[in-house]
Design a protein around this ligand. Structure first.
Ligand code: GMT
Length: 382
């Protein structure tokens, strides 16, 4: 099969999922064409068999304030379809990829039209897609896709209820690479960030407002009053500076390392003791899943799809959004009870293995692709 993957190339869960999934399909022998404005953040395997990258080039013109990326994407995608005979376009994140994908599918001539699978990831529905500026086009593009998936039941329900989408949405959870994200003993790496008698907390995100990174710092400051601890802040985004300032204000900046954004986070996750994710909205929480696969329990908010990933009282603790006090108490409880921590750590890995392995999730996408292609075939025979 020839698959084109339309994704956001920067650091972010939807791009990570799109890349990992595409690479899995390439390993199965399918040709996978990544189409994005830059080499995707986690695409460390360019040159791997069956993997191609096509860069979307936008044209700037003084009349426009910003490049017209949706048009540029659709044009590039149409070229890729016509040149490579694409069977499936998988658009990750509805805005603007579902729009560009359906437009490209409808534009091409002289070759069989591909089917468009749109995967909803989160703020493409809960924030950006619902904005009046984008709502009508996003609704239309979701309805025009050949098949739609969402990464959690929460997101599928939200899309039906709040966006008014009527069509069925298949729920396919995100997967994690269990060989890459795995508990590892790396004492020398850990020593770079924490003394042997200290606990190491970690947060990974794109530091947007929904991540509530200031709550990460507040929970850490509360924990530090009772336990010797350090915090790793991995990623970058609009709220990084504010969280840096807050660490200073709370007197913990000497114990917080801001490491910026980089793709190979697996070793740092595996030497950490606790992952913090206090987001106000989170349709899934891929970073929490990667932590769990690494044997790291999670303290998170109970918002959105997080409870479908993190099991309260088993693989971590969940509390209402903004409830820094309860999150802090749970973190202290978990970090000061080695037997409980061990139990949670094993349960976290086990949950990642049983519910979110690539072997479990990949066939669900394969089935979705087949279903869309079969429907297309059936309707073209009518
Ligand atoms: O929706 C976003 O904020 C962006 C997106 C991304 O590209 O990082 O994140 C979403 O997709 C991830 C992968 O499916 C999910 O793990 C995140 O929970 C989800 N983010 C939100 O819902 C805020």
């Amino acid at each position: 099969m020839n698959i084109a993957v339309l994704l956001h190339g920067g650091a972010g869960g939807s791009g990570v999922v799109a890349t990992e999934l595409g690479l899995c399909f390439a390993k199965l022998g399918h040709n996978v064409h990544f189409v994005a404005d830059r080499v995707p953040f986690r695409l460390t395997e360019i040159g791997a068999p069956n993997v191609y990258f096509h860069q979307v080039q936008s044209m700037m013109y003084p009349l426009f304030d910003a490049p017209l990326t949706t048009i540029a994407e659709a044009s590039k995608m149409a070229e890729v379809i016509e040149e490579y005979g694409i069977d499936v376009i998988h658009a990750h994140y509805a805005v603007p990829h579902a729009t560009a994908a359906t437009l490209a599918r409808d534009m091409v001539r002289g070759v069989p039209k591909p089917v468009v699978i749109t995967t909803l990831h989160g703020t493409d529905v809960t924030l950006v897609g619902l904005d009046p500026a984008y709502l009508r086009t996003t609704q239309y593009s979701i309805e025009q896709s050949d098949l739609v998936t969402a990464v959690s039941h929460y997101l599928a329900d939200y899309t039906h209820d709040e966006m008014g989408i009527k069509r069925p949405i298949h729920v396919i959870p995100n997967a994690v690479d269990l060989q890459r994200f795995v508990p590892r003993a790396l004492p020398n790496l850990r020593l770079r960030y924490a003394h042997p008698d200290e606990k190491l907390l970690v947060h990974v995100s794109n530091f947007r407002a929904v991540k509530r990174v200031e709550d990460v710092v507040r929970v850490f400051a509360g924990v530090s009053e009772h336990i010797g601890a350090r915090l790793l802040m991995i990623g970058d985004g609009p709220d990084r500076h504010r969280s840096f300032e807050l660490a200073s204000e709370l007197g913990v900046s000497g114990r917080v390392s801001f490491l910026g954004s980089f793709p190979r986070i697996e070793e740092l996750l595996s030497v950490s003791d606790l992952f913090l994710l206090p987001s106000s909205k989170e349709s899934f929480g891929l970073a929490a899943l990667e932590a769990m696969a690494s044997g790291v329990p999670v303290i998170a908010s109970d918002s959105g799809g997080i409870p479908e990933v993190v099991k309260h009282g088993v693989t971590g603790f969940l509390h209402p959004v903004k409830d820094v006090t309860s999150m802090t108490k749970s973190a202290i409880r978990l970090l000061s009870d080695p037997a409980m921590h061990k139990r949670f750590s094993l349960a976290a890995r086990e949950r990642a293995e049983t519910a979110f392995s690539e072997q479990t999730v990949l066939p669900l996408y394969q089935r979705a692709y087949d279903e869309a292609l079969e429907r297309r075939l059936a309707s073209s025979g009518k």
